[in-house]
Structures are given as C-alpha cells and as structure tokens.
Design a protein. Structure first.
Length: 102
C-alpha cells in the first residue's frame, strides 16, 4: 500500500463524515462536499492500486525477464487500463442519467 492509497482512504473517511454531518444538519453544501471528497478518495485509492500493480509488474519483470512474463505484464496492464476505462464510462453514464432525471 502506497501513500496515494492511504490519502485516498483518508479522503473517503473524511467525505463520509462530511456527508453525515451535512445530512444531519440539513446542510446540502457540506453533504455535497463530502460526496466529492469520497469520490476523490476512491479515485486516489484506485490510482494507488494501479501504482502498486505497475510496481509489482516491474519488480517481477526485473527478477525474471522472459518473453512470457513480458506478455503477462502487458496483459495485466491492459486489463487494468480497460477496467479503469470501463469504470470511468460507467460513472459518466450514471452522472448523465442523474442530470437528465432532474
């Protein structure tokens, strides 16, 4: 776990607290700010996971540099980037849906 992941976890917790306080006191601005912090935290956690995976792949590659491992590393990187792209698209669709339901 790297510092980016830890920062993300902190932002998620901070966001949840802000949302709870905002909702308790009917402060929509604070609740919204908390939601933004939580989303930012989840993004940082995901980025930290990507950094860890890339580091692990790099360390594995250095330890055993074979053609098979290079292909495996490529496949893992492709899977990670595809998953992040899919998550981004899903979030965008949800946000668009919410905008149109107003």
């Amino acid at each position: 776990m790297n510092s980016t992941h830890v920062e993300g976890s902190f932002d998620v917790a901070k966001g949840k607290v802000k949302q709870a306080i905002g909702e308790t006191f009917n402060d929509q601005s604070l609740a919204n700010e908390g939601a933004v912090d939580e989303v930012k935290g989840h993004a940082k956690e995901a980025w930290g996971n990507v950094k860890d995976a890339a580091s692990d792949i790099g360390n594995q590659h250095e330890a055993e540099a074979t053609a098979t491992e290079e292909k495996t590393g490529h496949n893992i990187r492709t899977s990670i980037t595809d998953a992040v792209d899919h998550a981004k698209d899903s979030i965008s669709r949800t946000v668009d849906h919410l905008k149109h339901d107003r």
